[in-house]
Design a protein around this ligand. Structure first.
Ligand code: ATR
Length: 271
């Protein structure tokens, strides 16, 4: 099976994805004659038949296809199966293999600031991104609790992974050391929204937001104001992308180049 050095992100909508900018910068910086494209995909089954027929070398997968894509793969690794989501496909000589780099990407972002083992980690949200975070942090030895707008969904996720679900009145007692927002609350254009009461943020906390547009969300602004350590959404986005790049190419990802390319695209000139 002849593969072509073509990669892409599939999702719907896909117009605002920063994956092409990030991965094409990485390919260029490492001298690879490869190209990464964004594909808006409605009919996943037909799209995956196309990937096979054309010999596309790898995919990044985003909403709403992260779970459904597993039906069209030849093999899915254990972590991705437990999270029930694949965000990375590697075409190995015609065999489509699925992985999840969101969980290790989130851990890489967190571990730059804190050793998670034994820490009390409060996860906000119970959607797809929360699943990766809850799984990853629990595997790393963190003591996880979940809060969510819909109690039913939050409690179901907590039960599935054997962690705690907290009602709003129980948040303070939990004494979280790490707080992670996995919801889209605070994302542009509704960037004035905050997913957690600012009064419950403590200076001793590490606060991470997976939202990266804007980079400095209301949550991170409130955390900074009270002296907490913050981790912005770009950290996880770059980390999960770097792991994808390494799986596809077998080469070390040029992290700085990837970060700068995404910052440029976001219209931010920080280094
Ligand atoms: P994803 O797969 O990207 O995580 P999702 O499955 O739609 O997306 O999950 C979104 C998460 O953000 C959920 O936890 C959702 O809360 P509900 O389970 O109550 O729906 C949360 N969320 C989305 N919009 C929200 C809002 N305005 N306020 C609070 N939580 C919100």
């Amino acid at each position: 099976m002849a593969l072509v050095p073509l990669y892409g992100v599939i999702g719907n909508p896909i117009g605002h994805s920063l994956s092409p900018v990030m991965h094409n910068a990485a390919f260029a910086a490492t001298g690879q004659a490869a190209y990464f494209n964004a594909f808006q995909v409605e009919d996943l089954e037909t799209a995956m038949a196309g990937v096979r027929a054309l010999g596309i070398a790898g995919l990044s997968v985003t909403l709403p296809h992260k779970s459904k894509i597993m039906e069209y793969l030849d093999w899915v690794d254990d972590q991705a199966l437990k999270i029930s989501a694949v965000n990375t496909v590697v075409n190995r000589q015609g065999r489509l293999c699925g992985y999840n780099t969101d969980a290790p990407g989130a851990l890489a972002a967190l571990s730059g600031k804190i050793e998670l083992s034994g820490r009390r980690v409060l996860i906000i949200g119970a959607g797809g991104a929360a699943r990766a975070l809850v799984y990853g942090v629990a595997e790393a030895g963190g003591r996880v609790a979940i809060v969510n707008r819909s109690a039913e969904r939050g409690a179901a996720l907590a039960q599935e992974f054997g962690v705690q679900y907290l009602a709003s009145s129980e948040i303070e007692n939990f004494q979280a050391e790490v707080l992670v927002n996995t919801t889209s609350v605070g994302m542009a254009p509704a960037s004035e929204l905050i997913p957690f009461p600012p009064t419950l943020i403590k200076p001793s906390m590490v606060v991470m937001d997976i939202v990266y547009n804007p980079l400095r969300t209301k949550l991170l602004e409130a955390a900074e104001k009270c002296g907490a350590v913050t981790i912005d959404g770009l950290e996880m986005f770059i980390a999960q992308g770097a792991l994808q790049f390494e799986m596809w190419t077998g080469q070390k990802a040029p992290l700085k180049v990837m970060r700068q390319a995404v910052l440029n695209a976001l219209g931010d000139d920080r280094c």
